[in-house]
Ligand binder design. Structure first.
Ligand code: ZN
Length: 489
């Protein structure tokens, strides 16, 4: 298939035709979660955005190596160089080992990602499993003169870096302005400049996660893991680096500085960032009480929720907005998404039963072109969905006898919709994932209706056999005069 995919590069601030460095291979690195709390809406958006990219690149027959890390050490409070490690803080609070905290929240993250039908990354490296690689990178940066040691901690020298390269390309931050804006915090006297950032931190005596190093018993800085692990698995130069927009500064700026200083060149060709989710127009924050976890959304147990929402409703809701736009959560918006998704899935069922005509009155080939144009335009999923709904309109109109489709066009429309809905957008029919109670009720009623006919024919042994088989799986049949009742044991 000819590649016409354009993606918005946060580095050049424009849409660029996607040209892999080593086609058909594509290297994709996405910053994964720091696993210290339940996954929430904010985790769902990058996961689904880059899942869409992964799925579409695979659809275009690229061989994608999708690396998404797990941060399990070094991410300190407020994304700063001082303060407690987020995981250690939680461990203390929950009386767990830090690695128990990591395992616990990694498990829920994985469970939620499966519920959202995101594909597994090709590699999911953990920061704590790559201490050696991170230390090697620090040694190289010290050797090249871009890092310095103070009291057992190692910092990146941004002023030195800025002499040769330019810091702040993604976020537009200017070093001089940063200096005047930053407050002097405790421990910053170790730094030559307040904007320098930690590559290695000496551990305080009570700090639990620590490793020996040439500088001190300590732990790596948060930004370092992504430079070390992306280079290890994708090479010095790779195609796409993704993450949430909130990671542009300082995380991605620091990653660029580390990698560029170490390798002498830019390592990422395209930077992609998804925008944030707001809740009823407000930023999502624990302090505002509007932090909604995915488990709460799926169960409806949160004071801001008027009902529960299925994982596919959440996925559809996120895909309804372009990944670079903000997306506002509200019950009304989610209910609308739920309705839209039902309409889409119902149309697929109708499509399977459509009666072909001799000729067609709608142009399916044109619709296919429009769908590809939309996805090729920087993964424009809302426009793509509007074209898929144009397909829904055709289906309903053919079903009502207004429009006509011949059998080849019915097949082609089915192929088009199923490819985009299931394979590329990653939606799935909820009937397959949630056989709910009404469905089971209907099934048992159907069996009992057949049993009534058997009884009318006075085939008592078969009738008893059915009662016995249902009994075995815990369904109790109560024969009454006029009707049959049943209950689950
Ligand atoms: Zn990262």
């Amino acid at each position: 298939m000819q590649n016409k995919l354009f993606i918005y590069n946060s580095l050049s601030k424009q849409k660029e035709l996607f040209k892999p460095l080593h086609a058909p291979f594509v290297g994709l690195y996405v910053c994964g979660p720091t696993v210290y709390s339940d996954a929430h809406l904010g985790h769902a958006r990058p996961a689904i955005t880059f899942d869409l990219l992964f799925r579409y690149l695979t659809h275009l027959e690229y061989k994608v190596r999708y690396v998404r890390n797990i941060t399990d050490v070094g991410h300190l409070e407020n994304d700063a160089d001082e303060g407690e490690d987020k995981i250690e803080k939680k461990a203390r609070f929950e009386h767990l080992e830090p690695m128990e905290v990591v395992q616990k929240y990694m498990n829920t993250f994985h469970k939620n990602m499966e519920q959202l039908n995101t594909l597994h990354p090709s590699i999911e490296p953990r920061a704590s499993g790559h201490i050696v690689e991170q230390q090697e990178l620090i040694k190289l940066l010290i050797k090249k003169g871009y890092a310095y040691e103070t009291n057992g901690s190692v910092y990146f020298d941004l002023l030195k870096y800025n002499e040769k390269y330019k810091y702040g390309k993604l976020s537009g931050r200017v070093l001089e302005e940063m200096q005047s804006n930053t407050r002097t915090l405790e421990g910053q006297d170790e730094k030559h400049n307040s904007f320098d950032f930690a590559l290695w931190k000496k551990a305080t005596p009570e700090h639990l996660m620590r490793w020996p190093s040439p500088w001190s018993d300590g732990f790596p800085g948060w930004h370092l893991e992504c430079s070390a692990m992306s280079t290890k698995y994708l090479g010095d130069e790779f195609d796409i680096h993704g993450g949430g927009m909130d990671l542009q500064f300082p995380h991605h700026e620091c990653e660029i500085a580390q990698s560029t200083a170490a390798l002498g060149k830019e390592s990422v060709k395209y930077w992609m960032h998804n925008n944030m989710i707001t809740i009823n127009g407000q930023k999502m924050a624990r302090s505002l009480g509007n932090f909604i976890t995915l488990d709460e959304l799926f169960s409806g147990k949160h004071k801001l929720l008027t009902q529960k929402y299925s994982s596919m409703t959440i996925r559809f809701f996120i895909l309804q907005a372009h990944y670079r736009s903000t997306l506002d959560f509200s019950n009304e918006a989610l209910q609308a998404a739920e309705k839209g998704l039902t309409r889409l899935m119902k149309a697929l069922e109708t499509l399977r039963k459509l009666k072909p005509s001799e000729s067609s009155t709608v142009d399916i080939k044109k619709l296919r072109e429009k769908c590809y144009e939309a996805i090729n335009d920087d993964l424009n999923s809302p426009i793509l969905l509007s074209f898929l709904f144009e397909g829904v309109k055709y289906i309903n109109s053919v079903n009502e006898g207004v429009d006509k489709l011949n059998s080849a066009d019915i097949e082609s429309l089915r192929n088009l919709l199923e490819t985009f809905i299931f394979e590329i957008l990653g939606l799935k029919s909820e009937k397959e994932i949630d056989i709910d109670k009404p469905f089971i009720d209907d099934l048992i009623d159907a069996i009992l209706n057949i049993r009534q006919i058997i009884k009318l024919n006075k085939d008592w042994s078969t009738s008893d056999k059915i009662r016995g088989e249902l009994n075995k799986i815990g369904i109790i049949i109560k024969d009454k005069k006029e009707e049959v009742d049943w209950e689950i044991e």
